[in-house]
Design a protein around this ligand. Sequence first.
Ligand code: MD3
Ligand code: FE
Length: 221
Amino acid sequence: MTDRTEALIPRARAQVADCAVHLPDWLRLEQQRELLAACHDWARPPAGMRTVSLPSGGMMSVRMVCLGWHWHPYRYSRTVDEGAAVRPFPDWLGEVGRRAVAEAYQDPVAGAAYRPDVALVNYYDSTAKMGLHQDRDEHSREPVVSLSLGDDCVFRFGNCRTRTRPWTDVLLRSGDLFVFGGPSRMAYHGVPKILPGTGDPAVGLAGGRLNVTLRVSGLTD
Ligand code: MD3
Ligand code: FE
Protein backbone atom coordinates (compact mmCIF):
# COMPACT_ATOMS: atom_id res chain seq x y z
CA MET A 1 0.00 0.00 0.00
CA THR A 2 1.23 3.51 -0.80
CA ASP A 3 2.42 5.43 2.25
CA ARG A 4 0.32 8.59 2.39
CA THR A 5 1.28 9.68 5.93
CA GLU A 6 2.80 12.87 4.46
CA ALA A 7 -0.67 13.77 3.19
CA LEU A 8 -1.70 14.26 6.84
CA ILE A 9 0.94 16.92 7.55
CA PRO A 10 -0.54 20.37 6.92
CA ARG A 11 1.49 22.77 4.78
CA ALA A 12 1.39 26.47 5.51
CA ARG A 13 0.15 29.38 3.44
CA ALA A 14 3.18 31.15 1.94
CA GLN A 15 3.78 34.50 0.31
CA VAL A 16 6.57 33.73 -2.17
CA ALA A 17 6.85 37.33 -3.44
CA ASP A 18 4.78 40.52 -3.46
CA CYS A 19 1.24 39.41 -4.54
CA ALA A 20 2.39 35.79 -5.16
CA VAL A 21 0.54 33.64 -2.62
CA HIS A 22 0.52 29.84 -2.23
CA LEU A 23 -2.46 28.26 -0.45
CA PRO A 24 -1.72 24.52 -0.07
CA ASP A 25 -4.64 22.05 -0.04
CA TRP A 26 -7.13 24.71 -1.08
CA LEU A 27 -9.42 22.32 -2.97
CA ARG A 28 -10.94 19.47 -0.97
CA LEU A 29 -10.72 15.96 -2.43
CA GLU A 30 -14.29 16.12 -3.75
CA GLN A 31 -13.63 19.50 -5.43
CA GLN A 32 -10.46 18.09 -7.01
CA ARG A 33 -12.46 15.16 -8.37
CA GLU A 34 -15.07 17.55 -9.80
CA LEU A 35 -12.44 19.77 -11.43
CA LEU A 36 -10.76 16.67 -12.91
CA ALA A 37 -14.11 15.50 -14.33
CA ALA A 38 -14.56 18.92 -15.95
CA CYS A 39 -11.02 18.73 -17.42
CA HIS A 40 -11.83 15.30 -18.91
CA ASP A 41 -14.91 16.79 -20.51
CA TRP A 42 -13.02 19.82 -21.90
CA ALA A 43 -10.31 17.51 -23.28
CA ARG A 44 -12.76 15.89 -25.74
CA PRO A 45 -12.89 17.07 -29.36
CA PRO A 46 -13.72 19.41 -31.00
CA ALA A 47 -11.39 22.08 -29.59
CA GLY A 48 -10.08 19.55 -27.05
CA MET A 49 -6.68 18.71 -25.57
CA ARG A 50 -3.86 19.08 -28.10
CA THR A 51 -0.14 19.30 -28.62
CA VAL A 52 1.28 22.77 -29.19
CA SER A 53 3.81 23.46 -31.95
CA LEU A 54 6.19 26.34 -31.43
CA PRO A 55 7.25 28.83 -34.14
CA SER A 56 10.82 27.55 -33.57
CA GLY A 57 9.71 24.20 -35.05
CA GLY A 58 9.73 22.44 -31.69
CA MET A 59 6.81 21.02 -29.77
CA MET A 60 5.81 21.76 -26.18
CA SER A 61 5.97 18.67 -23.97
CA VAL A 62 2.86 19.93 -22.17
CA ARG A 63 -0.53 19.29 -23.84
CA MET A 64 -3.21 21.95 -23.55
CA VAL A 65 -6.88 22.79 -23.84
CA CYS A 66 -8.20 26.35 -23.53
CA LEU A 67 -11.57 27.81 -22.52
CA GLY A 68 -12.85 31.25 -23.52
CA TRP A 69 -9.92 32.18 -25.73
CA HIS A 70 -7.48 29.76 -27.37
CA TRP A 71 -3.82 30.40 -26.69
CA HIS A 72 -1.41 30.02 -29.58
CA PRO A 73 2.25 30.78 -29.20
CA TYR A 74 2.00 33.85 -28.89
CA ARG A 75 -1.53 35.24 -29.25
CA TYR A 76 -5.17 34.45 -28.36
CA SER A 77 -8.04 33.67 -30.76
CA ARG A 78 -11.68 32.52 -30.57
CA THR A 79 -10.98 29.43 -32.72
CA VAL A 80 -8.50 26.55 -32.59
CA ASP A 81 -6.21 25.66 -35.53
CA GLU A 82 -8.78 23.42 -37.30
CA GLY A 83 -11.30 26.26 -37.10
CA ALA A 84 -13.60 24.95 -34.33
CA ALA A 85 -14.89 27.45 -31.78
CA VAL A 86 -13.10 27.53 -28.43
CA ARG A 87 -15.13 26.06 -25.56
CA PRO A 88 -16.91 28.67 -23.45
CA PHE A 89 -15.48 29.77 -20.13
CA PRO A 90 -18.06 28.54 -17.57
CA ASP A 91 -19.56 30.89 -14.96
CA TRP A 92 -18.76 28.48 -12.12
CA LEU A 93 -15.06 28.69 -12.95
CA GLY A 94 -15.24 32.48 -12.64
CA GLU A 95 -16.75 31.99 -9.17
CA VAL A 96 -13.84 29.73 -8.23
CA GLY A 97 -11.48 32.48 -9.42
CA ARG A 98 -13.22 35.15 -7.31
CA ARG A 99 -13.04 32.97 -4.21
CA ALA A 100 -9.35 32.24 -4.97
CA VAL A 101 -8.35 35.91 -5.26
CA ALA A 102 -10.41 36.90 -2.18
CA GLU A 103 -8.78 34.20 -0.04
CA ALA A 104 -5.23 34.51 -1.38
CA TYR A 105 -5.16 38.30 -0.93
CA GLN A 106 -7.51 38.31 2.07
CA ASP A 107 -9.30 41.04 0.12
CA PRO A 108 -13.02 40.45 -0.56
CA VAL A 109 -13.22 43.57 -2.73
CA ALA A 110 -10.41 42.42 -5.05
CA GLY A 111 -12.02 38.96 -5.12
CA ALA A 112 -15.46 40.26 -6.07
CA ALA A 113 -14.01 42.40 -8.90
CA TYR A 114 -12.08 39.54 -10.53
CA ARG A 115 -13.53 38.57 -13.95
CA PRO A 116 -11.41 35.82 -15.58
CA ASP A 117 -12.42 34.96 -19.17
CA VAL A 118 -9.67 32.49 -20.16
CA ALA A 119 -8.61 29.14 -18.71
CA LEU A 120 -5.54 27.20 -19.86
CA VAL A 121 -5.57 23.54 -18.84
CA ASN A 122 -2.07 22.06 -19.08
CA TYR A 123 -1.43 18.31 -18.93
CA TYR A 124 2.06 17.12 -17.96
CA ASP A 125 3.03 13.48 -18.37
CA SER A 126 5.81 12.25 -16.07
CA THR A 127 8.55 13.70 -18.30
CA ALA A 128 6.93 16.98 -19.41
CA LYS A 129 8.41 20.32 -18.38
CA MET A 130 7.71 23.97 -18.95
CA GLY A 131 10.73 26.24 -19.37
CA LEU A 132 11.00 29.58 -17.63
CA HIS A 133 8.82 32.15 -19.39
CA GLN A 134 6.68 35.23 -18.81
CA ASP A 135 2.95 35.28 -19.59
CA ARG A 136 2.65 38.40 -21.70
CA ASP A 137 -0.07 37.58 -24.23
CA GLU A 138 -2.90 38.87 -22.03
CA HIS A 139 -3.78 42.55 -22.43
CA SER A 140 -4.65 42.84 -18.75
CA ARG A 141 -2.35 42.70 -15.72
CA GLU A 142 -5.07 41.19 -13.49
CA PRO A 143 -3.92 38.19 -11.40
CA VAL A 144 -3.44 34.65 -12.69
CA VAL A 145 -5.07 31.91 -10.56
CA SER A 146 -3.42 28.45 -10.71
CA LEU A 147 -4.98 25.16 -9.52
CA SER A 148 -3.01 21.88 -9.51
CA LEU A 149 -4.30 18.28 -9.81
CA GLY A 150 -2.50 14.94 -9.80
CA ASP A 151 1.23 14.42 -9.36
CA ASP A 152 3.40 16.85 -7.42
CA CYS A 153 5.69 19.18 -9.36
CA VAL A 154 8.54 21.55 -8.74
CA PHE A 155 7.27 25.01 -9.64
CA ARG A 156 10.00 27.60 -10.21
CA PHE A 157 9.09 31.20 -9.46
CA GLY A 158 11.71 33.64 -10.75
CA ASN A 159 11.86 37.40 -11.05
CA CYS A 160 10.52 40.01 -13.49
CA ARG A 161 13.88 41.11 -14.86
CA THR A 162 15.82 38.05 -15.99
CA ARG A 163 15.27 34.38 -16.86
CA THR A 164 18.01 33.54 -14.40
CA ARG A 165 18.32 33.39 -10.59
CA PRO A 166 17.15 34.51 -8.15
CA TRP A 167 14.26 32.06 -8.14
CA THR A 168 12.32 30.11 -5.54
CA ASP A 169 11.36 26.46 -6.04
CA VAL A 170 7.98 25.51 -4.57
CA LEU A 171 6.43 22.03 -4.36
CA LEU A 172 2.93 22.21 -5.88
CA ARG A 173 0.60 19.37 -4.97
CA SER A 174 -2.88 18.33 -5.97
CA GLY A 175 -5.44 20.79 -4.62
CA ASP A 176 -2.98 23.67 -4.21
CA LEU A 177 -3.90 27.23 -5.19
CA PHE A 178 -1.38 29.85 -6.30
CA VAL A 179 -2.31 33.44 -7.19
CA PHE A 180 0.08 35.74 -9.06
CA GLY A 181 -0.81 39.42 -9.34
CA GLY A 182 0.62 42.91 -8.99
CA PRO A 183 4.40 42.96 -9.48
CA SER A 184 4.50 39.13 -9.62
CA ARG A 185 2.26 39.02 -12.68
CA MET A 186 5.24 39.49 -15.01
CA ALA A 187 7.65 37.17 -13.19
CA TYR A 188 9.43 34.41 -15.08
CA HIS A 189 8.13 31.00 -14.00
CA GLY A 190 8.20 27.37 -15.09
CA VAL A 191 7.85 23.72 -14.16
CA PRO A 192 11.26 21.98 -14.25
CA LYS A 193 10.07 18.63 -12.89
CA ILE A 194 7.06 16.38 -12.33
CA LEU A 195 7.40 13.88 -9.47
CA PRO A 196 5.82 10.73 -10.96
CA GLY A 197 3.57 8.57 -8.83
CA THR A 198 3.09 11.18 -6.09
CA GLY A 199 -0.57 12.01 -6.78
CA ASP A 200 -3.34 10.73 -4.52
CA PRO A 201 -5.08 7.91 -6.47
CA ALA A 202 -8.38 9.06 -4.91
CA VAL A 203 -8.29 12.21 -7.09
CA GLY A 204 -8.69 9.92 -10.10
CA LEU A 205 -5.87 11.04 -12.40
CA ALA A 206 -4.07 7.85 -13.51
CA GLY A 207 -0.72 9.62 -13.93
CA GLY A 208 0.79 13.02 -14.59
CA ARG A 209 -0.34 16.48 -13.57
CA LEU A 210 -3.01 18.94 -14.65
CA ASN A 211 -2.75 22.66 -14.04
CA VAL A 212 -5.69 24.98 -14.61
CA THR A 213 -4.89 28.70 -14.83
CA LEU A 214 -7.57 31.39 -14.87
CA ARG A 215 -6.73 34.71 -16.51
CA VAL A 216 -8.24 38.00 -17.64
CA SER A 217 -7.52 38.32 -21.36
CA GLY A 218 -8.27 42.03 -21.67
CA LEU A 219 -9.45 41.15 -25.20
CA THR A 220 -12.74 41.90 -26.94
CA ASP A 221 -14.08 40.42 -30.19
C1 MD3 B 1 3.36 33.46 -12.53
N1 MD3 B 1 1.68 27.09 -16.24
O1 MD3 B 1 0.26 28.01 -18.35
S1 MD3 B 1 1.01 27.66 -13.21
C2 MD3 B 1 1.28 28.64 -18.02
O2 MD3 B 1 1.96 24.69 -13.76
C3 MD3 B 1 2.11 28.16 -16.90
O3 MD3 B 1 1.21 24.59 -15.78
C4 MD3 B 1 2.44 26.48 -15.20
O4 MD3 B 1 3.11 28.73 -16.64
C5 MD3 B 1 1.81 25.15 -14.87
O5 MD3 B 1 1.61 29.70 -18.55
C6 MD3 B 1 2.55 27.33 -14.01
C7 MD3 B 1 1.51 29.01 -12.23
C8 MD3 B 1 1.63 30.30 -12.98
C9 MD3 B 1 0.85 30.59 -14.07
C10 MD3 B 1 0.90 31.82 -14.65
C11 MD3 B 1 1.74 32.80 -14.15
C12 MD3 B 1 2.46 31.23 -12.50
C13 MD3 B 1 2.52 32.50 -13.05
C14 MD3 B 1 1.79 34.10 -14.69
C15 MD3 B 1 2.60 35.04 -14.13
C16 MD3 B 1 3.39 34.72 -13.07
FE1 FE C 1 3.05 30.69 -17.59
